[in-house]
Design a protein around this ligand. Structure first.
Ligand code: MIC
Ligand code: SF4
Length: 754
C-alpha cells in the first residue's frame, strides 16, 4: 500500500477545513466543495469563492504522469532545481506500445524501440523520488485507481483522463506538464473555481445497460463542450448501485464533455474496491469520516438549490448506446442504430471489436464481456469481426487469466494485446489501414476522432460498452441489437444472446506476480540522468524568450482552422508519439491535421512570403527563419481532447505568438498561457468570418495588458483595407506575468537562480 500516512493527514485536517468552508459558504456543501475547500493553499477558507469566476490556489495530494506526457513534464521539472518531488508522484509507461501481434511480442518490441525513453523516465523517477511503473504494468488510470486513488483526495495528472479517479471519490484533474511541474516543485496549482453540474441517478442498471451507457447518454445531452468549466457530481440511489470501476468509467469519459472532472460520494462499492485492492486500512480511515466524503444530506434532497445545472437519469430504463462516428457525443441508442446507420451511410459491416483503454478495462469489464464471448462459444457462434483486448493492468490481466476469462476470448480468436493504451492512442499496426478504405470498428474506448485508432480517416469508430463490443463483434453488424435480434449459428439455428453477467470483483480476490513497479531511490542525489545531444527522441529544453515589451505587429495568418480542431489535429499522436520528448522534432506535426478554412484541405496553407501552398510546419519554419511572427485562428472548443502540452509548445517553439478562436477547451487554454502564448477569443464570434487568407495582423493593448480588459486586433487585408476587432482573454495577474516572462517555467527558473 502506498502513502497511507499522507492519506491519514488529509483526513485528519478535513474536519477543520470543512468547518471553515461551511462558515464562509454559509449553506450545506456539495462533495465537490468539501474536497476543493479542504485543499486550499491558504489552509482554512477565509472567503467563499464565486463559481466560474475566481481563480483559486490548491495543493493537490499527488501527481500522476504517463510516458507520453511525462517526458515534457520531467524535462521541465529538471530545470526547476528541486532535489525531490514535493508530493507523491508516479510515472506510468503505457502510451508507447504498439498493438500488433499480441502482448509478449509487442512488449518486447516496445522495450527495445523506446529503450532510450524508458531509461530516461526510469532514471529521472529514481533521482527525484517518483514511483515508476514499467511498460506492461498497465494503463495509468487503472493503475492509479487500483493503487493510489482515495475518497476525498485531490490529484492532478498529465493526461485528460486523470478524471477516472473520480470513481473512487477523488477530485482528479487532467493538466499539462507545466502544471504538474509546479505541483512537484511544491508550488500551488491554480484553477478557476468550477461550476457544478449535478447528475442524479435513480434505479438500477439491468440487462444490457452498463455504466458506459450512463456517460454515453450524458455526452449526448451535454455535447463535447457542455461540461467546460464544471465539475460533475453524481449522486442518488442509482449511483450507490454502481460498482467502483463502473463509476470510474463514467468519470473517465467526463473528459469527453470537457468537464474539469467528475466525482461520486464515498459508498460501499468504493469500500469493497479498496479492500479488494489491498487497501483495507484506507477504507477503515475513510469510514471514520464518511460524512465528509459525500455531500450534506440537504444537497441531494434539494439539488436544484445547489447545482448550476441538474440532469436526471433513470438507470431502470437506460438503453445501451453507441456513440460516433468521429465524435464521442453523437449518441445513438442501440434500438435506433439500424435506422441511423442507413440514414447516414455508416458502413454496417464491423471489421474490428476492441475492448480496452483506461475507460473500460477493469476486471468487471472483462468478466461481463467474456460472459458474452462464452455464450457465443456455447451457442456455436463465431466472431464475424476481428477481436482485440487490452487489459487495464497486470493485476487485472493476471487475475483474468487465472479465472479463465482470457481463455474464453482467445477461443473466439481474440488477440490479447499488452496492458497498455494501444489502439486507443493510435499505437495499432492494423493491417491494411494504409489503404484508407471506408470501414467500421466498435470499441470500448472514450475517443473516436478521425484517424485516432488506426490513422485511416475513413474508419468509422463507435464507442460503446465492452459487452456491446463483444456482441457486435460476434454479429459483425453495427445495427445488431442483442436485446431483440437473433444470430444464425454454425448449425443454421437462430440463437439469441442472453444479457451479460459478471463479477464486480474477482470472487477469489486479485492476484499478481510482478505488478511492474519500481520504487525510487531513498536518496537520488547520486543518480545521473543522461540525454544524448544526438538523440532524436529526447532534447533538453532551452528557455523561451521573454516578451519584448511591445505590441505584436505584422503577424502573418498561419492557418484559419475550420470546424473541429482537437489536440489530435494540432499535435497528432500515433507515429508522432515517439517524439514527445523532443520538441523540435515533434514540431514537425504542428497542426497538420487541422482543416484549412480557405481550401478545406489539411496541412496545405498559403505561405504569405512566396504565395505557394505548403505544409503548415514548413511554412511556419520559414516565418521563423525570417523573424516574422504568426497567429493561428480557430473555431469552437479549440484544443478539445488531450492534455498534451505539445499542442501549445510546438507553436511557441516555432514562433506563433497567438491563438485566436471562438472558444477553448480548458486544458489547452491553460497550456497556451503557461508556455507564454496569447490565448484569445473573439469578442464577437462573427468576426471569425472577417479573417482572410492573406491577412497581416497586429495585437494592440499588450503594453497595458490587464485582467478583464479586451485586446484590440487590427487586420490588414491584402487590398490594404483595415478592420479592427476585439479579442477577449481570461488572463489573471499571475498569468500575465507568465506571458511577460515568456512562459511560467522562466519564473520558476529565475526563483531558483536567486
Ligand atoms: C489521449 O487519450 O488523447 C491521451 C494520449 O491519453 C492524452 C495525453 C497525451 O496526448 O499524451 C490525454 O488524453 O491527455
Ligand atoms: Fe491511454 Fe486511451 Fe486512456 Fe488516453 S484515453 S490514457 S490513450 S487508454
Amino acid at each position: 500500500m502506498f502513502d497511507l500516512s499522507m492519506i491519514k493527514a488529509v483526513y485528519a485536517r478535513m474536519d477543520e477545513r470543512i468547518a471553515a468552508a461551511r462558515k464562509v459558504v454559509n449553506r450545506p456543501l456539495t462533495l465537490t466543495e468539501k474536497i476543493l475547500y479542504s485543499h486550499l493553499t491558504e489552509g482554512n477558507a477565509t472567503k467563499a469563492f464565486t463559481r466560474g469566476k475566481d481563480y483559486v490556489d490548491f495543493n493537490p495530494d499527488r501527481v500522476a504522469m504517463q510516458d507520453a506526457t511525462a517526458q515534457m513534464a520531467l524535462l521541465q521539472f529538471m530545470q526547476a532545481g528541486r532535489p525531490k518531488v514535493a508530493v507523491p508522484s508516479t510515472v506510468h509507461c503505457d502510451h508507447l506500445i504498439t498493438a500488433k501481434n499480441g502482448a509478449t511480442e509487442d512488449l518486447a518490441f516496445a522495450n527495445n524501440e523506446s529503450k532510450e525513453v524508458y531509461d530516461f523516465l526510469g532514471s529521472v523517477s529514481n533521482k527525484y523520488g517518483i514511483g515508476f511503473w514499467k511498460p506492461g504494468a498497465g494503463i495509468i488510470h487503472q493503475v492509479v485507481l487500483e493503487n493510489y486513488a482515495f475518497p476525498g483526495g485531490m490529484m492532478i495528472g498529465t493526461d485528460s483522463h486523470t478524471v477516472n479517479a473520480g470513481g473512487l471519490g477523488m477530485v482528479a484533474i487532467g493538466v499539462g506538464g507545466a502544471d504538474a511541474c509546479d505541483v512537484m516543485a511544491g508550488l500551488p496549482w491554480e484553477l478557476k473555481f468550477p461550476k457544478l453540474i449535478g447528475v442524479k441517478l435513480t434505479g438500477k442498471l439491468n440487462g444490457w445497460a452498463s455504466p458506459k451507457d450512463v456517460i454515453l447518454k450524458v455526452a449526448g445531452i451535454l455535447t463535447v463542450k457542455g461540461g467546460t468549466g464544471a465539475i460533475v457530481e453524481y449522486f442518488g440511489e442509482g449511483a450507490k448501485n454502481l460498482s467502483c470501476t463502473g463509476k470510474g468509467t463514467i468519470c473517465n469519459m467526463g473528459a469527453e464533455i470537457g468537464a474539469t472532472t467528475s466525482t461520486f460520494g464515498y459508498d460501499e462499492s468504493m469500500e469493497r474496491y479498496l479492500r479488494a485492492t489491498g487497501r483495507a486500512e484506507v477504507a477503515d480511515v475513510a469510514n471514520t469520516i464518511k460524512h465528509h466524503l459525500t455531500a450534506d444530506a440537504e444537497v441531494y434532497a434539494n439539488p436544484e438549490a445547489y447545482f448550476d445545472q441538474l440532469i436526471e437519469i433513470n438507470l431502470d430504463t437506460l438503453e445501451p448506446h453507441l456513440n460516433g462516428p468521429f465524435t464521442p457525443d453523437l449518441a445513438t441508442p442501440i434500438g435506433k442504430m439500424k435506422e441511423e446507420a442507413a440514414k447516414n451511410n455508416w458502413p454496417l459491416a464491423v471489421e474490428w471489436g476492441l475492448i480496452g483503454s483506461c475507460t473500460n478495462s477493469s476486471y468487471e469489464d472483462l468478466s461481463r464481456a467474456s460472459s458474452i464471448a462464452k455464450q457465443a462459444i456455447e451457442k456455436g457462434l463465431k466472431t464475424k469481426a476481428q477481436f482485440g483486448i487490452n487489459p487495464g493492468s497486470e493485476q487485472v490481466r493476471y487475475t483474468a487469466e487465472r479465472d479463465g476469462l482470457l481463455d474464453i476470448f482467445t477461443k473466439l480468436d481474440a488477440t490479447v494485446f499488452t496492458n497498455a493504451c494501444g489502439p486507443c492512442i493510435g499505437m495499432w499496426d492494423r493491417e491494411g489501414a494504409e489503404k484508407n478504405e471506408k470501414n467500421t470498428i466498435v470499441h470500448s474506448f472514450n475517443r473516436n476522432f478521425a484517424k485516432r485508432a488506426d490513422g485511416n480517416p475513413n474508419t468509422y469508430a463507435f464507442v460503446t460498452s465492452p459487452e456491446m463490443v463483444a456482441a457486435i463483434a460476434i454479429s459483425g453488424n453495427l445495427g445488431f441489437n442483442p436485446l431483440t435480434d437473433t444470430l444464425v449459428n454454425e448449425k443454421g439455428e437462430n440463437v439469441k444472446l442472453d444479457p451479460p453477467t459478471g463479477d464486480e470483483l474477482p470472487t477469489k480476490g486479485f492476484a499478481v506476480e510482478d505488478p511492474g513497479y519500481q520504487a525510487p531511490a531513498e536518496d537520488g542525489s547520486g543518480v545521473t540522468v543522461v540525454v544524448s545531444p544526438e538523440s532524436t527522441r529526447l532534447q533538453l529544453l532551452a528557455p523561451f524568450a521573454p516578451w519584448n515589451g511591445n505590441n505584436l505587429t505584422g503577424l502573418k495568418l498561419l492557418i484559419k482552422a475550420k470546424g473541429k480542431c482537437t489536440t489530435d489535429h494540432i499535435s497528432m499522436a500515433g507515429p508522432w508519439l515517439k517524439y514527445r520528448g523532443h520538441l523540435d522534432n515533434i514540431s514537425n506535426n504542428m497542426l497538420i491535421g487541422a482543416v484549412n478554412y480557405f481550401n478545406e484541405k489539411t496541412d496545405f496553407v498559403k505561405n504569405q512570403l512566396t504565395g505557394e501552398y505548403e505544409s503548415v510546419p514548413k511554412v511556419q519554419r520559414q516565418y521563423k527563419a525570417q523573424g516574422i511572427g504568426s497567429i493561428v485562428v480557430g473555431d469552437e472548443n479549440y484544443g478539445e481532447g488531450s492534455s498534451r502540452e505539445h499542442a501549445a509548445m510546438e507553436p511557441r517553439h516555432l514562433g506563433v505568438h497567438a491563438v485566436l478562436v471562438k472558444s477553448f477547451a480548458r486544458i489547452h487554454e491553460t497550456n497556451l498561457k503557461k508556455q507564454g502564448m496569447l490565448a484569445l477569443t473573439f469578442a464577437d464570434k462573427e468576426d471569425y468570418n472577417k479573417i482572410q487568407e492573406d491577412d497581416t495582423i497586429d495585437i494592440n493593448g499588450l503594453t497595458t495588458f490587464s485582467p478583464n480588459v479586451p485586446l484590440t486586433i487590427v487586420l490588414t487585408h491584402k487590398d490594404g483595407s483595415r478592420e479592427e476587432i476585439k479579442a477577449n482573454h481570461t488572463y489573471n495577474e499571475q498569468q500575465i506575468e507568465w506571458f511577460k516572462a515568456g512562459g511560467a517555467l522562466n519564473i520558476i527558473r529565475a526563483s531558483v537562480a536567486k
